[in-house]
Design a protein around this ligand. Structure first.
Ligand code: GLV
Ligand code: MN
Ligand code: MN
Length: 400
């Protein structure tokens, strides 16, 4: 499975993946998913929001055990963020078939569409639509950097955008959802464990800061005559670091767009995206308010207009305690496996679904902690341990 996925959407320049929603690379990933489902004799379907499902047993029977993740990537992402959960799902099914496991509940494998939000700015579009956290109207207004709307992109990729919307019937089939994911930090590496169970996801969001000034000549415009939006933007970047340190949180300006983007022009517009996450809502609010305050003060001092827009927000996720305990109990049977319970600052479809269905996550050790980078890694034997753990979990749940 890895060998087939390896070249899909991979940049030869960076070695990273550029698998953005509804592009050719995404279509190739989707084709791969359908072929994996069909090769295993699973019933395959794409839902109204473009999420892909593969079923063993009849999902209409309800109380299904579902596992999976996503196949799209951030710009120059690693190989594991998302695909590890999907590959492990198919591999765990293969392992269970090898064991001769008999399932009393339907088993589903899912690929949620557009988890990273790299193209349209909003993360977890597929699961948000399905759960009703994003309306069809809001989704129809999403636009990429080239001005292509989400419906246009979907249509070009062969999916009907008119069907977008909440899907309570599909959610009602799910009795438990378990997402396996590469860890995106070093907690497991530091504790010396291969596998972890998620406790919670930090509240997090994305805010767009539009600094509007005045384009002018870089050689002839006196400093005092400038309305340079780069200056308050720079202050906002520094404030993000300061405020995050104060709150024990994280804050990042990782994406910036400059107009006209000429080396010899004072910019007319600097648009920066703040990603911030904290252990609790108070901390997150404090960071964002602090960054905005600093940005406004500097903008005013330089005669620059500032607009701040929250593009997405996900409140704190506390994963279902009963399901989490059940995973710990199942995995506790392996004598040589210690499975710590970890919180994370990374967002996941599991977090979106957790408000609607009992949801849990398994993490697989990442020896460097690096993620959202071509350098992301997980060792082969840790990935195998993840598949084995997922198989145990699915088997344990499918019998209950
Ligand atoms: C998704 O990977 C996120 O946490 O941004
Ligand atoms: Mn990611
Ligand atoms: Mn992911």
């Amino acid at each position: 499975m890895w060998a087939e996925l390896l070249p899909v959407g991979r940049s030869s320049a960076s070695g990273g993946y550029r698998r953005y929603a509804w592009t050719g690379a995404d279509t190739d990933c989707r084709t791969w998913f359908r072929e994996q489902a069909q090769a295993r004799g699973l019933a395959y379907e794409t839902d109204r929001n473009g999420n892909q499902w593969a079923w063993l047993g009849d999902p209409a029977a309800g109380n299904a055990v579902v596992t999976g993740s996503h196949l799209d990537s951030v710009p120059d992402g690693g190989a594991f963020d998302g695909p590890l959960g999907v590959v492990s799902a198919f591999a765990a099914l293969d392992e269970l078939r090898g064991r001769g496991t008999r399932f009393t509940r339907p088993l589903g494998i899912v690929n949620f569409g557009d988890e990273e939000g790299a193209r349209f700015g909003l993360a977890c579009v597929g699961s948000r639509l399905t759960s009703g956290a994003l309306t069809a109207g809001q989704a129809h207004r999403l636009t990429d950097a080239d001005g292509i709307t989400l419906p246009q992109a979907m249509e070009a990729a062969g999916h009907d955008p008119d069907t977008l919307g909440p899907d309570p019937e599909r959610l009602a089939r799910i009795g438990a959802f378990v997402e396996l994911h590469v860890e995106q930090g070093r907690a497991l590496d530091l504790s010396g464990d291969r596998i972890g169970i998620a406790s919670a996801i930090w509240p997090h969001g994305r805010w767009r800061f539009d600094f509007r000034g005045e384009a002018n000549h870089a050689g002839t415009t006196r400093l005092t005559d400038r309305h340079d939006p780069m200056l308050p933007y720079a202050e906002a970047v520094l404030a993000a670091r300061r405020e995050a340190e104060l709150a024990g949180a994280v804050a990042t300006f990782g994406k910036v767009a400059v107009e006209p983007n000429g080396v010899n022009a004072v910019p007319s517009l600097v648009r920066g995206w703040l990603d911030s996450r904290a252990a609790d809502q108070e901390g997150l609010d404090a960071v964002v308010a602090g960054v905005e305050k600093a940005a406004r003060e500097y903008a005013a001092a330089h005669g620059v207009d500032l607009g701040v827009e929250c593009e997405s927000f996900t409140p704190v996720v506390d994963f279902d305690h009963a399901l989490r305990d059940e995973l710990a109990r199942i995995l506790g049977k392996e004598a040589d496996l210690r499975v710590p319970v970890l919180g994370t600052g990374a967002g996941h479809d599991a977090g979106i679904l957790s408000g609607r269905v009992p949801t849990a996550m398994l993490f697989v050790r990442n020896p460097t902690g690096v993620s959202h980078s071509p350098a992301e890694h997980a060792a082969e034997d840790d990935c195998a341990a993840g598949v084995h753990a997922l198989a145990d979990v699915l088997e344990g749940l499918a019998r209950t």
